[in-house]
Design a protein around this ligand. Sequence first.
Ligand SMILES: [Zn+2]
Length: 477
Amino acid sequence: MKYLTLLLLAVVFMGTVGVSSPAVAQDCDTEISERRTRYDFDVTFNWSRRLVQVEQTVNYRNEFDEPLTELVFHSEPHRLSRVNTMTFYNAYEGEDTVLPGVTIEEMRMTVPLITPIEPGCDAQVRLVYDINMSELDEERNPLGWLAYTPSQINIAHWFPVIALYNHETPGQWYTTERHFIGEQAVTEPADMHAVIRVENAPENVVFVAPGAVEEIEPHVWDITFNGGRDLGMSFSTIYVKSEQQVGDVTVEMYALATTYRGSVERALEDAAQALALYEEIYGEYPWDRFVIAEGAFPDGLELSGMVFVSTDWFIGWNGNNVHWLTVITVHEVAHQWFYALIANDQSLYPYLDEALATYSELLYYEHYYPTMVEDWWQFRIRAYGVGTDPVDSTVHDYTNWRPYINTVYFRGVEMLHEIRQVLGDELFMRWLSDYVEANRDGVATPQTFWGAMSGFSYASTADLRLQYLNNPDPLAE
Ligand SMILES: [Zn+2]
């Protein structure tokens, strides 16, 4: 009896193994990361040579119906044409099989595979390249987030990110075209791990990055950052850190020690307030830390879990509540939802993040400084004039920043505000929070943005869409 049971179990067990073994043999059932894309970086940064040597292992899971014969990347370092930011050496499959035929055209890097990735399978490709840092320079390298200055070294948007497959055209990889106005990346969230070794660094260097960061040896940092769309890093020997807690999130400020007069405390407070408000309106912020670094370059920049706010705004702060320091700080905080949590095609539909981030500034003032709302309209919007082009213009429609911002940001704000008047506060705010909920971790489009409205709201805003948009009926397509 006992023997028979064992025998039966053995037969059942063998049968199970027999059925599933082909998939196991292809190693396709192993989820290497929660997300489709995972990046593992082994980075050596030579401080004195300003040289970043990178081995980037990309793990990509084919969640589509057909085999993939190539991987395509958006390479932001190739955005600069006057400095040679990236020296690319090789792409490898497996341990050391060189993949021939890698091409880089503008910002599109194509890596042909020897072994196609079958549906449901993970593949690993290793990219080996250098990032040659250059000094911030208006002519040659105006991108302060991928440059060094006398006070800091900023290494952001420094690696090729996997492009979108099946996005605009079925069966095609989608990348955007290089342009010097606005931003162009459109990416998926990824799980990331990096080890950053810094050679020849001064003793007192401070390292800034999002996620879980640990100095595992002197000048060797280990970063785990899951769900980001980029991985920003910054070094300085004069960063002064301060922090504030917002629920479960630690808001950290890294200010350059040259900054005075209470502006650092002020920006930290603004960021903490904005984060609390936007969590209430748009839903949970996805990480444990939110990092603000003072950037010794103009304006500011949104990254995942991290932002830069320009030195200009810290130094120029005059104590007023409506000032660039607060406006830009809370704007960059809002990008944690409208860029980091929800991506969009920043090239073709920049209003989906910029108009919403700018409108979020207004929501901040309404909540914390209701008596200053008019001042915000005057200071931020009216002083520059509102553009007359369609709000859904692309970055390629512009050759100057001012008309681009006046239309996409400011006329975008006017459109949203008029929609709010038509729908009323409750339906308007529900639209925005439903939009965030439905597009979390995804890539939004005009269809998903307007599709987050109820049918009633969509119908009631038809006239406004006709007035403000090139494509007034995105849901009709
Ligand atoms: Zn912005």
